[in-house]
Design a protein around this ligand. Sequence first.
Ligand code: KPL
Length: 286
Amino acid sequence: MPWHLLGAGNLGTLAAFYFGQAGLTVRLATRRRLTLPDGTVHDLQLAGDDNAPITHLVLATKAAQSLDALAPLRARLSADTTLIRLQNGLGSLDGLPPPPPHIIEAVANSGAWREALPGGGEHVHLAAENPTLFGDGHATPPDWFAPLACHWPQLHWRTDIHLQQWLKLSVNAIINPLTALHDCDNGALLTNTALHPRLHALAAEVDQVASQLLPDWPGDTAGRALALARATATNTSSMRADVRAGRVTEIDFINGYLLRAATQLALPLPAHSHIIAAIKALPQKR
Ligand code: KPL
């Protein structure tokens, strides 16, 4: 039962490492080195692709690249394929042609950065290992989950994965575009009080949408965003990093997803509409 990996960035490389530790084969034809927070360095020997039907797939591309990355694999995917969506943001598989695979959603919170390896490939540095959540709405995980969780620190199966995704989306929809727009680290959201009216307006709109969609929505998105900004004060958010590197951002799958959900509920979200337009107006590749 080999796993295929699509997208070997920070999260994909980390997943490939832990799947390998659990004795599962991961197929991918690129060279990767990983440094864990304890300083140990691991060179990943991943098998190349085999062009066989894909029964198990980790999708770890950037959300915006998902449909394009999956398109050449369509003939190898089926309704029996298990696909772990290990990405930031929501909605990246909307529009996937049928039959839909069995999708397991993942919420990842670990912090990592990477650099080019001399001679090709990339070196991923896992700076902070935080909980990773998997779930598909069912109470019982698939058989491969328990052995994997023995090797992947803080990997948890969550029945309420949908709520967990929204909790992450809600804070990312505030911290990421504000820090990208103002080119500041996450901690500046606490100290720069001039940003607070906008932060509170964004948070109030998130709570408006989420409380209509999720019966257990806890509210206080502003409080949670500020707490996370404090906990990650010296971090460069992933959206700020994308803008700085001239990469496409995840705005369409964070704030854009929120806006699409609000449109279905006929709720206008002026603060999110404005910040999406402002991020898209920044010089970046599209
Ligand atoms: O998830 C993040 C991101 O940058 O995408 C946070 C938690 C905001 C850390 O920077």
